[in-house]
Design a protein around this ligand. Structure first.
Ligand code: SF4
Ligand code: SF4
Length: 234
């Protein structure tokens, strides 16, 4: 599983940097490097671009995994060059941006150079597809391990919708119909009768719609909003 990112348009990045003369660049050696959006070569390209537009790049680094706690030590080691910049341009996913911002010694703007698209599973080398939106209430047990929330264009929990043609989704002949896939896989397993079970209306309070989710692994506690909304045991 990788966090898939895409570079923002140059105009958007330059708009962020309008008020900054000195810029420090940070890339990520894991997902952004794999996506060719924030590895060493993209950082050096960005450096050239910024310098050509009159900015001063006070330094750059590619941290091993930007979203990791260890990023804090990389920031400390490069504190002098970072202090000389008016802002940081993070060529990392959104979690990396927030990790950098959290661990900066002096408050300083951290601007994202990338758009964070989705968590992707590698289908074949270099080809990633979104397979989970981390809804907090998994239904894969009923859907032959194919997520209807992200694979179906309508996120139908009870499908198909009737628009599927030849196994393809009505939104595009290049997109497989998730519910056709679910049907085929259930049929292979002799579980087609499960298609007749109706999945009840989803409780979205376990998703991000219920507020920011948190977990304390040591205390084995779940998201506070989950505890609050849980129905009492019968
Ligand atoms: S049902 Fe929810 S948890 Fe399960 S794969 Fe889909 S988005 Fe992820
Ligand atoms: S055609 Fe299939 S994938 Fe597309 S919206 Fe309908 S059920 Fe979902």
């Amino acid at each position: 599983m990788k966090t898939i990112t895409a570079q923002k348009p140059s105009e958007e990045v330059m708009q962020y940097l309008e008020k900054c003369q000195g810029v420090y660049l940070i890339g990520c050696g894991t997902c952004a490097t794999l996506c060719h959006t924030g590895g060493k070569s993209e950082i050096l390209e960005m450096k050239d671009k910024l310098e050509a537009s009159g900015k001063k790049v006070t330094g750059w680094m590619v941290v091993p995994t930007a979203c990791d706690e260890l990023t804090k030590y990389a920031l400390q080691e490069n504190a002098e060059d970072i202090a000389a910049a008016d802002c940081i341009l993070a060529m990392t996913c959104a979690v990396g941006v927030q990790t950098i911002s959290l661990h900066l010694k002096e408050p300083k703007p951290v601007y994202p150079a990338l758009d964070t698209l989705f968590l992707g599973m590698e289908e074949s080398p270099g080809h990633f597809i979104e397979v989970c939106m981390q809804c907090g209430g998994c239904v894969l047990g009923r859907t032959a391990s194919i997520c209807p929330l992200v694979r179906c264009a309508k996120s139908l929990l009870n499908g198909p919708c009737g628009g599927s043609v030849g196994g393809k989704c009505e939104i595009s002949p290049d997109v497989l119909c998730a519910w056709q896939m679910i049907y085929d896989r259930l049929a292979e397993m002799g579980r087609l009768d499960e298609m007749e079970e109706i999945e009840p209306v989803k409780d979205w309070s376990t998703s991000v719609s219920g507020g920011p989710r948190k977990i304390d692994i040591e205390a084995e506690c779940v998201a506070p909003h989950q505890e609050e909304t849980e129905a009492p045991a019968k």
